[in-house]
Structures are given as structure tokens and as C-alpha cells.
Design a protein around this ligand. Structure first.
Ligand code: KG4
Ligand code: ZN
Length: 335
């Protein structure tokens, strides 16, 4: 069976062709709109929707071509139905439904966050719930317990900003371009993580909630009390300290949740799961405590079409795939 995955919830127009049995990503091209939004320091929903409209058909064609198949070979479509930006989601949904009508094949609306976690499943297809999941992206930071039958229970989430948002907003304050996560991680390499003592919020026993707004304020204060030249000279050390503060919080709360839920498998997904320091820290803890650590291949951490098709395949294998007809950008993974 061949699946076409379509992702258009934010600023990446992405399509992929996946084969089920044996599970394989045949193609996964995307168009990143980053340059179109960089000027504004963040994603502009209307610009995003228009760019999706322009790029979605060529990217779908590229996915089919790179997979070495023709559109007629596709058996089913999976597209992102939420959470995400309404305009961009509607472009993806309309394209998927039009194609579904034209080809006479079903189109299934998938949850973007379930897609991120399915990206980790792609490299660990034998994992079985229950397990603890950590979703860390530009819009979400949440620890969720997944039980059989796609039953999700929230263990703790951010009270304010998401981890990726913290990377992006703090990066902007120290003069980095949007999105700043990957840049901060690159600049931090080999630098002093103890250079600035940035705050770690909600450092309370048995608390699985996150908060990053205080960190944003601390970085703002730092930029107000230090000369731009000083910040430029010490950018590597500042980035390393910033990255450590965000990663510390993520790791601490994940460990707390692992202890509370007594789970022996940890599944991580979302754009921030590309972060090398987070991967190292979590892997290290899991190795020392006999916990299975599942994380997407780095190329599948940020938004892509393969993760959406993977989410559909994963549900289909359990006989739990149903089409969601309405686009609900607010749709959370756990109620
Ligand atoms: O999942 P994603 O591609 O889009 C959303 O669903 O939000 O995540 C994007 C986020 C951005 O905030 C970006 O700065 C962050 O993931 N990100 C990273 C890294 N790569 C992407 N953050 C830290 N380190 C990275 N290497
Ligand atoms: Zn995402």
C-alpha cells in the first residue's frame, strides 16, 4: 500500500510517499518558507497560506517523482488537520480532498502532534504502548502518556511558551534570525554552558509542568544590562547557557514524569527533538536507567510529510484509522 503524506500546518509545505509492509519512506521533499517569514521575525499566517497554495502541487509532484511512482499508484492520502494555522491547514486539507476525489482514494485527517511521535515510531516500529511521550516543537511542549488504542493522558505541559518558541524568542533577543533553535545549538557547540546562570522554572518536586516565559524575561534583562559588543564576543557561551537552561527543564520534567508513570519507554518528537544536547542528555539518562529511548532520525524531527503518512499507517495497522472531516487547528493530542 502506498501513502501520500501532506503537511501544511505552519511554514513547511511538505509531501512524502511512504510504503507500508515493508515500512519505507520513498520520498520526503519539502519547501521551507523560512526566508519568506524571516523578515518579520516569525511566521505570518497569511504569507504562509499563500506560499502553501503556490507550492503544494509542485511538492506533491516532486514526492511522487522522487518515489519513482505515478499519482495513480497512491492508495490513500494522509494530511494534517491540526493543530496549526487555519489558513495553511485549509490549503493542505483542500488539496488532499481534491486529490482524493480525483483519484478515488480516501483522505485521512491526522493530528500533527501524533505525526511528530510517529516519526520516532518510523525508526522503532516495534514499540508498543503504554509509553511516555515528550512533544517539543515551536507550538507545543507536553508530556503525554500513550496507552493502547491511541489513548492519551496529559502528564504536564507548558504554562506559557513552548520550548521551540523559547529558543526562537530568546534567539531574537540576542540578535539571531528566526527560527533560532538550530542556530543556537550550532553556536553553543564547545562553549561554556555555565557562562550565564539563566533560570530553570518550576523546579519543584514531582512537578511535570514547564514554563519558559521567565527565561525570556531573563534574556531580555541580560541584553539590557550588557553591551551589544560583549554579547557578540560571548555569543557562543550565551547560546550554550541558554540551550542548557531549556534542555535542563525538558530533561528534569521528563525524568520526573518517567518516575511518576514508571514507564520503561520514552518516545520524543517535534522540531526541538533535533537538538543534539537534548538527545544526548535524554539518551544518557535512559541508558543508565534501562529505559528504551525512541527519537526520530534528525532529518524527521522538524515538520515533514513522512510523519503524517506514518501516523496514518500506524493507526491503520491497529484498525483505528478514521477520517476526520473538519479541520480543527486547536485540536490537542490529549484532552
Ligand atoms: O515541529 P516544528 O518543525 O514545527 C512546529 O510544529 O512548531 O518545530 C519547529 C521548532 C522551532 O521553534 C525551531 O527553532 C525548533 O523547532 N528547532 C530546534 C532545533 N531545530 C529546530 N530547537 C533546538 N535545537 C534544534 N536543533
Ligand atoms: Zn511540528
Amino acid at each position: 500500500m502506498l501513502w501520500l503524506g501532506i503537511e501544511s500546518s505552519c511554514d513547511e509545505t511538505a509531501c512524502a510517499v511512504l510504503q507500508d509492509e515493508p515500512l519505507q519512506v520513498l520520498s520526503n521533499p519539502l519547501y521551507s518558507q523560512i526566508d519568506e517569514h524571516a523578515l518579520y521575525g516569525g511566521v505570518v499566517p497569511e504569507i504562509a497560506a499563500r506560499a502553501h497554495l503556490q507550492k503544494i502541487a509542485p511538492i506533491a509532484e516532486a514526492a511522487v517523482k522522487e518515489a519513482g511512482i505515478s499519482l495513480k499508484d497512491i492508495d490513500a492520502i494522509a494530511y494534517t488537520t491540526g493543530p496549526g494555522l487555519m489558513g495553511p491547514l485549509l490549503v493542505g486539507a483542500s488539496f488532499a480532498k481534491g486529490l482524493s476525489r480525483d483519484l478515488g482514494i480516501p483522505a485521512y485527517g491526522m493530528n500533527h502532534l501524533e505525526g511528530h511521535l510517529a516519526a520516532a515510531w518510523l525508526s522503532n516500529p516495534d514499540i508498543e504502548p503504554p509509553f511516555l511521550t515528550l512533544t517539543v516543537s515551536g507550538g507545543h511542549t507536553e508530556l503525554i502518556l500513550e496507552e493502547p488504542g491511541f489513548k492519551y493522558t496529559s502528564i504536564g505541559r507548558t504554562r506559557d511558551d513552548a520550548a521551540g518558541e523559547a529558543f526562537d524568542k530568546c534567539g531574537k533577543l540576542i540578535g539571531l534570525k528566526y527560527p533560532a533553535g538550530a542556530t543556537i545549538s550550532k553556536l553553543a557547540q564547545g562553549h561554556n554552558r555555565k557562562f550565564v546562570d539563566f533560570p530553570r522554572a518550576l523546579h519543584v518536586r514531582n512537578n511535570c509542568e514547564f514554563s519558559f516565559s521567565g527565561l525570556k524575561t531573563a534574556v531580555l534583562r541580560y541584553t539590557e544590562t550588557h553591551e551589544p559588543d560583549f554579547i557578540k564576543v560571548h555569543l557562543g557561551d550565551i547560546c550554550a547557557s541558554l540551550e542548557d537552561a531549556i534542555v535542563d527543564s525538558l530533561v528534569e520534567k521528563t525524568i520526573t514524569a518517567l518516575k511518576l508513570t514508571k514507564m520503561k519507554t520514552l518516545v520524543v518528537g517535534g522540531g526541538v527533538s533535533a537538538n543534539a544536547w537534548l538527545r544526548t542528555r535524554l539518551q544518557d539518562y535512559c541508558n543508565r536507567h534501562g529505559i528504551r529511548f525512541c527519537i526520530p532520525d534528525r532529518s524527521l524531527s522538524t515538520d515533514n510529510g513522512a510523519m503524517i503518512a506514518a501516523a496514518a499507517i500506524r493507526r491503520n495497522r491497529r484498525g483505528l484509522l478514521k477520517s476526520i472531516d473538519t479541520v480543527k487547528p486547536w485540536m490537542p493530542l490529549a484532552p
